[in-house]
Structures are given as structure tokens and as C-alpha cells.
Ligand binder design. Sequence first.
Ligand code: UD1
Ligand code: CA
Length: 455
Amino acid sequence: MVAVAILAAGRGTRMKSNLPKVLHGLGGRSLVERVLNSLSDIEPSRRIIIVGYQGHLVQEALASFSDVEFVEQAEQKGTGHAIQQLLPHLAGFQDDLLVLNGDVPLLRPETLQQLLKTHQQHQNAATILTAQLPNPKGYGRVFCDSQNIVKQIVEDRDCSPAQKQNHRINAGVYCFRWPDLERILPQLKANNDQQEYYLTDTVSFLEPVMSVDVEDYQEILGINDRKQLAGAYEILQARVKDDWMAAGVTLVDPDSITIDETVQIEPDVVIEPQTHLRGKTTIRAGARIGPGSLIENSEIGENVTALYSVVTDSTVKSGARIGPYAHLRGHVEVGSGCRIGNFVEIKSSTVGDRTNVAHLSYIGNATLGERVNIGAGTITANYDGVNKHPTVIGDRTKTGSNSVLVAPVTLGADVTVAAGSVVTKDVSDDSLVIARARQVTRAGWRMKPQAESEE
Ligand code: UD1
Ligand code: CA
């Protein structure tokens, strides 16, 4: 069975970062995590990550991958030197070794499977993944005969002007028959522009080495700087959005929308411009999200609308209307048919079906019943400076404008709270509560004229 080695020891100087290159994030996952995920269609006997620069950070970041092994390359003297570190660890190993660059994150699992199949069918000493790039600058050039047998790989910086005309590039993905590679690894020399030991030099000593062109060259793009990282994100996003459009989702102005790969969307959803769907989010049929909304780790029910709003870690049930300018966060559950409107923040609360919180409110740590009407400017004062306290509001209760409900407090069902009240005590069902100073009006009263100040 095949073993896998991932090269992840380099600093990635061109990223200009303190973080090792392979830990830079791409659509919510690190580069190296994506490379690991591209192995999903093969079942490697071992997965070895070669770490060096800030290796402990790479190990920590991959702690959830339980059966991954780490081998240290203390000094980074090139990709060939990195693979030399495996010699003591793979002594006696008789099978194939798949080598992947840790900075090539867009590979499709099928592509790796195809590479392995070709390698095994032809019983090659090595098989390398190549691509014809419109702009091959920066990549190693692969020189083959007419039968796709590789003769030599020359790095861009070592190429003559004539060699640079070759657009067939090395993807940094290789399958080696390990016993053959093991034999020649110690012979590598660092006689090149960078004075490094190049893994690519091994192909000149192995026989036969075959090249396999990838169909979609975007898969093999390597990330060396921030611009390439941004380019890779665009490619990932294009894949995701194309898939959702094919599955029946309308994206209005796709370029202005971002969708994480972890998001699920049902058919007949409309995503309006400037909308971002992140994390473990599900959007059910008929919903219309945006323009201008951010939905993260949330479940949005059928026919919900969310206009210029932010919803995180929350559930919104069918037919609710969110926004414009609402913010739901920290485990909010909004019932069906609710209206959560202009400049309303709701935190850690449950809102019953058909309840409205339509204007300028803060609702925190509260449980609202069904068909409640929260008047404009109502605030739950849930925090005493030390602890958070709950507010409970029964079915059909109405709060007047600008009322403050000082928690902990419970209002029963069918309660009416007068505008401007500061409610500090529990109120039972079917009550009117007025908790404010009575209005005093003095008829015929006028302010005394002020004495003119003298200069
Ligand atoms: C490499 C290939 C080049 C290929 C390109 C594809 C070599 C010599 N060149 O070039 O032919 O077209 O990838 O993307 O292999 N690394 C280590 N230890 C080291 C040096 C590098 O682990 O001592 C790791 C890096 O962390 C990185 C990977 O190897 O993940 C590739 O290194 P990088 O320096 O980016 O190689 P390229 O110049 O891109
Ligand atoms: Ca690279």
C-alpha cells in the first residue's frame, strides 16, 4: 500500500509572514489541511508530514488528524533534502511513496487516484503530475520524449531562455517506487542556483519516469505569495458557486458573494449580492438572503428573508423576515413567521412563532412566547455588571415603546407594558403594567424671565 509524504518544512519566504506558509488559511482551512483532504480517495498506509520552520505550529494545527506522523527537517536545504529525512523512517518499505508539496492545495482526489493508477499500470520507477500552463513562470519545467518519458526537470531559475519556452511544468506531486528512490537519494547534489538538494533531480537517475498531464491546470497551482493565495481562493469559490448554481440556487452577482464549502443550500434559494455564507450553515428552499448579509454556522428555514443582516450560531424558522440591519448571535432561535427588524440585536434567546421585534431593540438571555409584540426601543437589561439574568415574556404580551425590562424578570401572557416603563418586578397574566413617573402638568405655569446679564 502507498505511503504519503507531504513537504511542509519551508518557511515560505515570499509570503512575508511569521506563520509557516502551509498554515495560511484558504477558505477556512489551512493549505496543508487541504492537501491532506485531497488524499480522501486513496487509503495510504502512512501519512508523513515533513516539518521544519515552526514545525510545532504545524503539528498543533493538525492535532485532529490522529494517525498523521511528523518527521523533522531541522534545516531546510531543499525538497530533496526533505525527502532524505525519510530514509530512517522508511527503511525496508517496499511499496510506492506519493509525495505532495504542502503548498498545492487545489488538487482533486480523483487526480491523485489517476496518477497512482498510471504509475502502477506502467510499473514506473516514478510518475509525476504535470500541466501545460499558460504562464509557467516560477515552476520547474519538465522535459519529456514523445512517449511522455521524463528526461529532466529544470527549475525556472536554472532554465536557459530556450528552456523557458517549455510550458509543461512540474506540479510538485510525484509517485515514486520507494526502493529505487531510496537508493539514489544520497547521491543528490546541490549544484543549482539556490544551492539546494532538489527532489526533482532524482528523475534523471530513475527509469522509467512518466509524466501525466492534469486536465484542469488550476488544480496544481502552487501558493508562494499572497497574490497566489487570493487567486486560489477565487478558483475555490468559482468551483463552489458553479456547483450550487447547477443544483438550482440563484446567485445574483456571484462575484460579490462568498460561500464556504461547508455550507448547504436547497434549490430555489436566492442569494443576493454582497452576501457571505460561512461555516456549518444550511439555507432551506425558497429563502432569499441578502443583499448584504453574513450568515455563519446557522440554519435558515424555508422562505426566510434576511436583508442586510448578520446571523451567527442561530436558527431561523420558516417564513421569518430578518432585517434590514438585524444582528442575531450566540444561539438565537427565531420561530416561524417572526419579524425581526431594523436595528435589532438578539443574543442567546428564543423567540416564539409569529412574534415581532421590529425596531431598535436589544433582547438578550430572553425567552419570548408566541405572537409577542416588542415595541420600538424595548430593551432587556440582562446584565448587572457581573452576571447575565433571564427575561421571560408570555404569549401575546406587548411592550410599549422604550420600555426597559430589568432581568431577572418574568412577564406573563397577555400583559401590556406601558411605553417608557422600567419593569423590575414580575407581572402576572392579563395585566397592564405602568412603571414610570406619572405625568405632572401645571396649567398656567411659565418660566420666570431671566435677568439680562450686564456687560
Ligand atoms: C517546487 C518544485 C518545482 C515545482 C513547484 C510546484 C523543487 C526543487 N521544485 O518548486 O519543480 O514546479 O514546486 O509547486 O522541488 N519544502 C520543504 N523543505 C525544504 C524546501 C521546501 O519541506 O527544504 C517544502 C515547502 O514547505 C513547500 C514545498 O516543499 O511546501 C515546495 O517548496 P517551494 O520552495 O515552494 O518549491 P518551489 O520553488 O515552488
Ligand atoms: Ca511552491
